[in-house]
Design a protein around this ligand. Sequence first.
Ligand code: PMV
Length: 330
Amino acid sequence: MTLEKTIVESTAPGKVILFGEHAVVYGIPAIACAIDKRSSCQITSDPHLGDQFALELINYNQIFHLGLDFEEGGELESFRGVTQFIQYFHEQFHLPLSGVKISLNSELPPAMGLGSSASILAALAGALNSFFDLGLNLSELNMNIFAGEKIYHQTPSGIDNSLCVYGGIQCFHEGHLSVLKMPDIGDLVVINSGIPRQTGKMVKRVREYKQEHPFDFQRIMDSIKAIVISAKSALNAGARGAFGRAMFENHRFLQELTVSHPRLDHIVDLCKREDALGAKLTGGGGGGCAIALCDPSRTKSLVETLREEGFTSFRTRVADQGLLGGIPHE
Ligand code: PMV
């Protein structure tokens, strides 16, 4: 392999779960979408690096120099997932990394359930694929990014990497995904509860709930399944109102499953008061983020009300583009 290219750039979106979190662990379909906040990876060749390669983390204003033993130690420890993923790629594809600078950036806040790690790994994988002419197609890239996600999180469901790679709105059912029709459903507002999300703890809590209340658990699963089915038809029909109502309903059952948090419930109430079409917690719960669906004419006032109540939020839209780029500029 020769380094004829000097720069490649690749980007990938984050994601939110729209319906069916937690229930998806028990075989119920879930619906998730990519959002238009992205991570990016740029790779350049820099002969000054000699035998080493550089990893620049633009968000953290840090740059590390590493040898092919991948040893740096110190502060890089907190970014182990990224270096382990580069190492994984290096071992799989024998990358001539010496003299290469990898720069990563992301618009996604970490650890909020917005798929920031999968989005970063997807951008990184896309850029490595292009820079080193690995010839991987999207499906092969997706498999490798999933392997990288397993380094970050022991048992990822595969939702995050698939959304980051393929984009759009997708339905997940027992490990399989199908891309859904994507009418303009309006604005999505992602709202930070200010409480760290606790996916692992909440998954365990749901397991305990199932043991302690088997009949209620089954009723809730059946209800969430019905909600997911009606949300899919609403999406097909472009019926925003019905789609939004399904979000409020899904939140109610997540509350019953005990994975919400008073601040998430407060956010959902505020959204209802502000005439949002729908709102619910998204992802693991116990904290983390809520999402609201809004007619674009109401978004500004919703974001303002949330701000007055002490919540940071941002407006986003469904990103129909997944992994992009890796096209050489020179
Ligand atoms: O918190 P997130 O975005 O990683 O979502 C977790 C979704 C769960 O259904 C709770 C767990 C899973 O693996 O699907």
